[in-house]
Design a protein around this ligand. Structure first.
Ligand code: SF4
Length: 510
């Protein structure tokens, strides 16, 4: 994806001025893509891919596409919008073949044009079709762009999408003497950053995962074929059984010969901890750990770290549900559903004024007055990014009669930008940065956030407890957005990365 940050002058941003809203008006972190692939001759591969993308819709809600190969040529159908808005019975019936890849996308600023919707498509010098989908963010895009320019395969679109550059470089290397597998094997060691790829030449399904395994990628088995998907929930929806994860640094090829595999780099696990906390679906499993169980466990630990004098624990639905269950179990405070979520409002709407912005949140969440009136509430949410949602929510709960609102957050404060595939808004818009100056104590930061959102008390689970909940080895996870330690390094040519480097050099924090 293209560079995610929108406001290079982030240090001037204040807490939630109207300019702090980007063109999406959202207040939540956004995943940047889900990938899917299926090799299953005799099956309706386009429809399987459609349902796989349907399960991965949460990973990208602005565009989607499917590329189907019939053994030779590839047909790509893609557009902006939700999966269910883009495809219908007739468009899927027209996509006939043995192999398919699919992609759901969240587009970043400057990258919303149709040409950047995936899968990307290129034809090699020897006439081989290549289609490719990507989840992640590369950190050496400048080097790869230079290589594409040097080879004469860069075009205007390659300057706005790292996926386009990879596709161009891959396709250009395929020739009479070099197969797609060989070309990928030579290219992938040069690609730095976070990437999960599915690609095809119309005959074979390929997948690759970066050496750090930042984003999840799994292999599943159908009765008559194979499936690759970002999350295990997408295997479940198409009736595939989980086989294993695609290993970090692994390239696989799947066709009538079975599954071929090659290591293009040594594995150094640095999985994204935020997948467990927020991004992945709760019914997915990452590295043998249930996402749902992780979130329940975080809630338990949160209750031990930050007990509250409450009558009722309520989640901010739906992502706060498991942590609220854990908090209630550990604290002994009853659990209740105090907020109803409109299932058809996927995102807070874009509105220019404060009044309408809050209406956007009300369209999404509505309090159950008879449940919360007169109660001291413990409200459990998964994360605070900008704080706008929580502030409007707390006001809404007080208007509905809550006697007190204690907020408990199932992740630490997000303070640093992600360069590996998640868009948190610009660093200055993050509430943990906006409320405070540098070098303040952690307690004063939390107190400032509490005051800004209007809660009676506020607690965030610690990084240590969050990491322990994942049951992963701590140094095999990326926690950079919480602690500023970037295990893959910083990206080239990004102003926010330059700023991060400067702060780190000066041994300072945001
Ligand atoms: S910076 Fe945060 S969101 Fe990005 S990969 Fe690391 S843990 Fe995940």
């Amino acid at each position: 994806m293209a560079v995610a940050f929108k406001d290079p002058s982030w240090t001037d941003s204040a807490l939630a001025p109207s300019s702090a809203f980007d063109d999406h008006g959202e207040t939540e972190p956004r995943e940047e893509c889900g990938v899917f692939g299926v090799w299953a001759p005799g099956e309706e591969v386009a429809k399987l891919t459609y349902f796989g993308l349907f399960a991965l819709q949460h990973r990208g809600q602005e565009a989607a596409g499917i590329a189907v190969g019939d053994g030779d040529r590839i047909v790509v159908f893609k557009d902006t919008g939700l999966v269910s808005q883009i495809f219908d019975e007739s468009s899927l019936d027209a996509l006939q073949g043995n192999v398919a890849i699919g992609h759901t996308r969240y587009s970043t600023a400057g990258g919303k044009k149709w040409e950047n919707v995936q899968p990307m498509f290129r034809t090699s010098p020897d006439g081989t079709d290549v289609a490719l989908g990507h989840n992640g963010n590369l950190i050496n895009l400048l080097d790869l762009e230079k290589e594409a320019r040097d080879q004469g395969v860069a075009d205007k679109s390659t300057t706005t999408s790292d996926t386009s550059v990879i596709t161009a470089l891959l396709a250009s290397a395929v020739s009479d003497g070099t197969t797609v597998f060989q070309a990928a094997s030579q290219l992938l060691p040069k690609v730095k950053g976070a990437f999960c790829l599915t690609f095809t030449d119309g005959h074979t399904l390929y997948a690759a995962r970066d050496p750090h395994g930042v984003r999840p990628l799994v292999l599943g088995r159908l009765d008559r074929g194979w499936v690759i998907a970002s999350e295990t929930c997408a295997l479940d929806i198409v009736g595939a059984t989980f086989v294993r994860e695609i290993e970090p640094g692994e390239l696989v090829a799947i066709d009538e010969s079975g599954v071929r595999t090659e290591r293009f780099a040594e594995t150094t696990h640095k999985g994204c901890v935020f997948e467990y906390v927020y991004l992945a679906r709760p019914d997915s499993v990452i590295r043998a750990r249930s996402v749902n169980q992780t979130r329940i466990d975080i809630g338990r630990r949160l209750a031990r770290e930050f007990p509250a004098d409450g009558d009722l624990v309520i989640p901010v639905p739906e992502s706060g549900n498991p942590a609220a269950v854990g908090y209630a179990r550990e604290s002994g405070i009853p659990f209740g559903q105090g907020l109803v979520k409109n299932a058809y409002v996927g995102r807070t709407f874009i509105q220019p004024s404060q009044t309408l912005r809050e209406l956007g949140i009300r369209l999404k969440l509505n309090p159950l007055r008879e449940v919360i009136a007169g109660k001291k509430l413990v409200v459990v949410d998964d994360s605070i990014v900008r704080g706008n949602t929580q502030r409007a929510l707390i006001r809404m709960l007080r208007e509905a009669g809550a006697a007190a609102v204690h907020v408990r957050i199932a992740s630490p404060p997000v303070k640093w930008p992600c360069f590996y595939g998640i868009d948190f808004a610009s660093p200055g818009e993050l509430i943990a940065n906006a409320v405070t100056g540098e070098m303040e104590s952690p307690d004063s930061v939390i107190e400032s956030i509490r005051s800004a959102i209007g809660a009676d008390s506020l607690g965030f689970v610690s990084i240590e407890q969050m990491v322990e909940s994942t049951e992963q080895v701590a140094d095999q996870l990326c926690t950079a957005c919480f602690d500023g330690k970037y295990p893959l390094g910083l990206p080239q040519g990004n102003p926010n990365a330059d700023l991060v480097a400067k702060l780190q050099n000066d041994d300072r924090s945001f």
